[in-house]
Design a protein around this ligand. Structure first.
Ligand code: 4NP
Length: 154
């Protein structure tokens, strides 16, 4: 899960999808992580507003620490999902072309009709609720897709 700072949107997507995986008892088979294309917040906890909004819906983000996308991520992960088009573009510029098919917009899995998860950093509390609404919807659809593609007998 990739955004700019790795303190608002992508840790939210990370925590939400991790719970979907846990509920499906696939935690030993699917590794989820998050990172940012920027380096502004490396080592920090998620934004306290993201932690609080997620916590109210039962998600734990406190153990996540921000890191920047690294070259090895393009090899390790099968799905590399950007929260918006700018971050997709940023990764396209550093990803080896042979691996670039792994790069997608996270919301391409949702049916919300929205392309991007809006950056809530400069918004109020409702921005963080919108992030959760969009992320929960896309996470549900992504899990269905992964189950169908990779765990047909699950
Ligand atoms: P995120 O939000 O990309 O969802 O983590 C942001 C966090 C920090 C900044 C921008 C976006 N920033 O410019 O510091």
């Amino acid at each position: 899960m990739v955004c700019l700072g790795n303190i608002c949107r992508s840790p939210t997507a990370h925590g939400v999808f991790q719970r979907r995986i846990d509920q499906a008892a696939l935690q030993d088979k699917i590794l989820v992580d998050s990172a940012g294309t920027g380096d502004y917040h490396i080592g920090e906890q998620p934004d306290s507003r993201a932690i609080e909004a997620a916590s109210a819906r039962g998600y734990e983000l406190r153990t996540i620490r921000a890191r920047q996308v690294a070259k090895k991520d393009f090899e390790i992960f099968d799905y590399i999902l950007a929260m918006d088009r700018a971050n997709l573009q940023a990764m396209n510029e550093s990803c080896p072309p042979a691996l670039a098919a792994k790069l997608e917009l996270f919301l391409s899995y949702s049916e919300s009709g929205q392309e991007s998860v809006p950056d809530p950093y400069y918004s109020g509390a409702d921005g963080f609720e919108l992030v959760l609404d969009l992320v929960e919807d896309a996470a549900d659809k992504l899990l269905v897709h992964i189950l169908k593609q990779h765990f047909p007998n699950h």
